[in-house]
Unconditional design. Structure first.
Length: 242
């Protein structure tokens, strides 16, 4: 083994580092990253002392690999807005969906109600959703609005709680991420600013929604805007680790 290979462009590349993965019988996994030197006489690669591989190092490695990866021919559905090594952003058109509530203010209730267009993002730093006023596929300059839902923090962050969401962040897992959000019971409004601009309050808004008051469609005029746009969400400028 010489540690010399051909890159995607045909140029010669040399082994420079190594990642070692460790697995335990109980499913635990651990990784270390090691510098690689080369024996001056034989050119054989020599693995040096390692250090624990943290999330930032892993994401940095994935980004570099993604930049130099061979072209892919994956099929992307029209709902996908952007893909990066550590995030997937997609869009849901305005539609009627069933929601579930379980809280003392509203009781245990379920109904099919209208929803605005939504921009979801599953990322290494968390799961988030924003409302949109766009009737069709949004553009980079589309304005984002606070999600009009319980179990969300300011700036779109979703409180996952006991919801069952996928472990993977990829196109094939989109349905699982959406199901984890919509099929879990909304239990409480999280601390923060307004989610909807409704005169009688958030509980009253959802009570009226469940009672069918807005049967003509979701009342877009009640959405609360946020400063960032869809471009900011895709660019990783929104959100925090949960």
């Amino acid at each position: 083994m010489t540690g010399i290979a051909k890159g995607n462009t045909g140029s010669e590349v040399q082994l420079s580092s190594a990642i070692l993965f460790y697995s335990g019988q109980n499913g635990d996994q651990f990784a270390t990253i090691h510098p690689v030197s080369h024996d001056p006489k034989t050119s054989r690669p020599l693995i040096g002392a390692g250090r624990p591989m943290d999330r930032n190092a892993l994401l940095g490695t994935l980004r570099n690999l993604d930049k130099n990866a061979a072209p892919k021919a994956d099929f992307l559905p029209p709902t996908v807005l952007a893909i990066s090594p550590d995030a997937l952003t997609w869009w849901c058109a305005p539609a009627s969906r069933r929601v579930f509530f379980d809280c003392k203010e509203l009781g245990k209730r379920s109904a099919v109600v209208s929803h605005p267009g939504l921009a979801f993002q599953a990322a290494a730093k968390g799961f988030s959703v924003f409302a949109l006023k766009d009737a069709g596929r949004p553009s980079l300059d589309s304005v984002l609005f606070e999600p009009p839902y319980f179990n969300t923090w300011d700036m779109g962050q979703i409180c996952i709680g006991s919801a069952q969401v996928p472990r993977r962040i990829d196109v094939a897992s989109i349905d699982g991420w959406e199901s984890g959000f919509f099929n879990s019971a909304f239990t409480h409004p999280n601390v923060g600013g307004k989610r909807v601009d409704y005169e009688t309050g958030f509980f009253a808004f959802w009570r009226d929604m469940l009672d069918g008051k807005f049967d003509a469609g979701f009342p877009l005029e009640l959405l609360v805007p946020v400063k960032p746009t869809l471009a900011d969400l895709i660019g990783g400028k929104i959100g925090r680790a949960q």
